[in-house]
Design a protein around this ligand. Structure first.
Ligand code: FDA
Length: 325
């Protein structure tokens, strides 16, 4: 029932004029330009949030487009430093050309991670669909091997493989592993992933436990109460929390410019009251801020990729109190 309703909302939305889609997406996307993202960071800094910036783009087809992303992200680093924001970068390795020309793609990523490193800034590799999971993890491992440890991946709990990935990465990186764990936006085939809500939540909670037990830094990226509540309990069991030095013996030395072993992460425009509540209790909270000229293509693609977002979009309009920005 929800699935059908959601699909109907998506089908209607993607047929609407561009201005309507813009109106729907404006709470989720900062705008078309870097200055829009800077404005949002100024506003949300007052709420004690920190940030990660995503330059929106579609799958690239030429290496010139990869150069555009490299240059634009370099502008982002400069803007973050100039404004002294507590912020980092979220990048998609494919946008840097990894699938078109792997050598040049790696060169582009290294160039960006290296500039970020010079500015004491972290770079998160967003995770795309299962076709690039191995490559994305490998990019992170290669960067660490080159001494660039300011980089970490996103893992998607819906994939069956993720607990093994956590184990393998822990063996290679130990306490230098820095994750964002999320359910995963892509609807993957049922041979490789959970497809139902309850098992996805259970898998997410198991991954959070495994990451915490491995001594890793854990960015908990969810707006879902069963995941947030589980995380709060898991932290308490490990005597972790706001304003407490990370007590885990396997966590390595204190991490500068990070939370005490964990942080909560949420998307711009989604469940602001929940984020502010966590922040008021002293938890570090990070807002994912997408911006870019390709906001229209991004919004449409997201809706098509995961039609359940349709329900969330409808809910945001029909019952705004359930999901205020
Ligand atoms: P769930 O989908 O159950 O959402 C709980 C509630 O939050 C909904 O009922 C709704 O009210 C609200 N909500 C959630 N998402 C919403 C949305 N998009 N619009 C409006 N309301 C929404 N995935 C991935 O595959 N690769 C990645 O790199 C990332 N990166 C990432 C970064 C950050 C900071 C976040 C928060 C999420 C991601 N994701 C992602 C997306 C993630 O995998 C997942 O699809 C969404 O976070 C939704 O899952 P929840 O755990 O929030 O639960």
């Amino acid at each position: 029932m929800v699935g059908r309703f959601s699909r109907m909302v998506v089908a209607m939305t993607i047929r609407m004029p561009r201005w309507f889609v813009g109106w729907v997406s404006r709470r989720y996307v900062a705008g078309s330009d870097l200055k829009d993202a800077v404005k949002v960071m100024h506003r949300l800094s007052k709420e004690d949030a920190c940030f990660t910036i995503d330059v929106l783009g579609e799958e690239i087809t030429t290496m010139d487009e990869a150069t555009f992303f490299l240059e634009e992200y370099k502008r982002v680093i400069t803007a973050i430093s100039k404004n002294n924001f507590d912020a980092n970068l979220s990048i998609k390795p494919t946008a840097f050309g990894l699938l078109l020309d792997s050598e040049k793609g790696m060169e582009n990523i290294e160039s960006l991670v290296s500039m970020a490193n010079d500015h004491d800034m972290f770079v998160r590799l967003d995770m795309e669909d299962h076709r690039v999971t191995d490559d994305t993890i490998q990019v992170m491992l290669d960067m660490h091997e080159k001494g660039l440890t300011n980089v970490g991946v996103v893992l998607q709990a819906r994939l069956f493989r993720t607990l093994d990935d956590i184990k393998n990465i822990a063996e290679k990186l130990g306490p230098n592993a820095d994750y964002r764990i999320c359910k995963g936006i892509y609807l993957e085939p049922d041979e490789i992933s959970h497809t139902q809500r309850k098992p996805i939540i259970e898998a997410t909670n198991s991954c959070i436990d495994a990451m915490l037990d491995a001594g890793a830094y854990v960015g908990i990226a969810s707006h879902d109460h069963p995941v947030i509540n589980h995380s709060l309990k898991a932290l308490e069991q490990r005597k972790m929390g706001p304003n407490i030095d990370d007590p885990r013996e396997n966590a390595g030395p204190k991490r500068e410019q990070k939370g005490p072993g964990y942080e909560f992460q949420m998307l711009l425009g989604v469940r602001g009251p929940l984020r502010r509540k966590l922040s008021a209790k002293g938890h570090r909270t990070r807002v994912y801020i997408p911006y870019g000229e390709k906001w229209y293509e991004y919004s449409i693609r997201r809706l098509k990729e995961n039609p359940t977002i349709g329900t969330q979009v409808a809910k945001a309009f029909l019952m705004p109190w359930t999901n205020r920005p």
